[in-house]
Design a protein around this ligand. Structure first.
Ligand SMILES: NC(=O)c1ccc[n+]([C@@H]2O[C@H](COP(=O)([O-])OP(=O)(O)OC[C@H]3O[C@@H](n4cnc5c(N)ncnc54)[C@H](OP(=O)(O)O)[C@@H]3O)[C@@H](O)[C@H]2O)c1
Length: 252
């Protein structure tokens, strides 16, 4: 099935690892004209070389630290110079942050930066470009809002869900949709190296929490991103759609 993404200009943040890498691969396979960004240039270059070999087209690489004040406008300027437009924005960069119940402001501020502010700032500066094209798709990769312990990252995801919902209503008349995708457990750098570093911890988590019986792959998120980014998804906006092998227990 051709999703109709050929020629659409898409920017994926956090593409140097995990979910962002998988999202970039699926969008590239669907023929999108791609830009990828993260802090680690070597990993972005490696992905660009791989995609050039597999699809015949190399994505445009933008190295940036999204937590810095300058990054959003620098990314906007680079996109404007390279493409002059933006059709699809995937705000994926980020990381989970469990914190102690009495964690200091600095821990909360870092988590809110990673799971809310980076995506909000980038969206805000790129929105005029998308609006000028009269068409757009904004996807936020968030998290399932069922905290089992104090989690500042999930507070940031909740903020993103609320912000995205309101904004989706403002922008629907302009042909711009905004949706959130909370992953369950997807094999990625942070999952395999930090949150579930041993086979034992993965197996016990899966047994207790994931009806499908396994962690997903980044491309599982990528396939939903590709559909929601497509013209065919024009009537889906303001939604939160989990991709989690049945992990969430409550209706979102
Ligand atoms: N994997 C899961 O099961 C899962 C579950 C729930 C939510 N999520 C969410 O899904 C998103 C992707 O997670 P993941 O598991 O794929 O994480 P990951 O493997 O740790 O990759 C995170 C990506 O974000 C980028 N990033 C982090 N901080 C950045 C910054 N300051 N500026 C620019 N880029 C930055 C990293 O690139 P550099 O280090 O090169 O900058 C990397 O490409 C995150 O928002 C995460 O919270 C994932």
């Amino acid at each position: 099935m051709d999703l109709g993404l050929r020629g659409k200009v898409a920017l994926v943040t956090g593409a140097s690892a995990g979910i962002g890498d998988g999202v970039a691969k699926v969008l590239a396979q669907e023929g999108a004209t791609l830009a990828i960004t993260a802090r680690r240039r070597d990993r972005l270059d490696a992905l660009a070389a791989e995609l050039e070999a597999t699809t015949g087209s190399a994505p445009y690489v933008i190295q940036a630290d999204l937590a810095s004040d300058e990054a959003p406008s620098a990314i906007r300027d680079a996109m404007t110079e390279q493409f002059g437009r933006l059709d699809v924005l995937v705000n994926n960069a980020g990381s989970s942050r469990s914190v102690a119940p009495d964690a200091p402001d600095s821990a909360w501020d870092e988590a809110m930066m990673l799971k809310f502010t980076m995506g909000r700032r980038l969206t805000t500066v790129l929105l005029p470009t998308m609006r000028a094209g009269g068409w757009g798709r904004i996807l936020h990769i968030t998290g399932i809002l069922e905290p089992t312990t104090t989690n500042a990252g999930l507070a940031g995801c909740a903020a993103t869900h609320a912000w995205a919902k309101g904004m989706s209503r403002d922008l629907a008349p302009e042909g711009i949709t905004i949706n959130c995708i909370p992953p369950g457990r997807i094999n990625s750098e942070q999952i395999l190296e930090r949150l579930h570093p041993t086979e034992e911890s993965r197996e016990s988590f899966i047994k207790a929490n994931i009806p499908a019986g396994y962690f997903g792959e980044p491309e599982d998120i990528g396939r939903l991103v590709a559909f929601l980014a497509s013209p065919g998804a024009r009537y889906i906006t303001g939604c939160v759609i989990p991709v989690d092998g049945g992990m969430h227990r409550f209706i979102q």
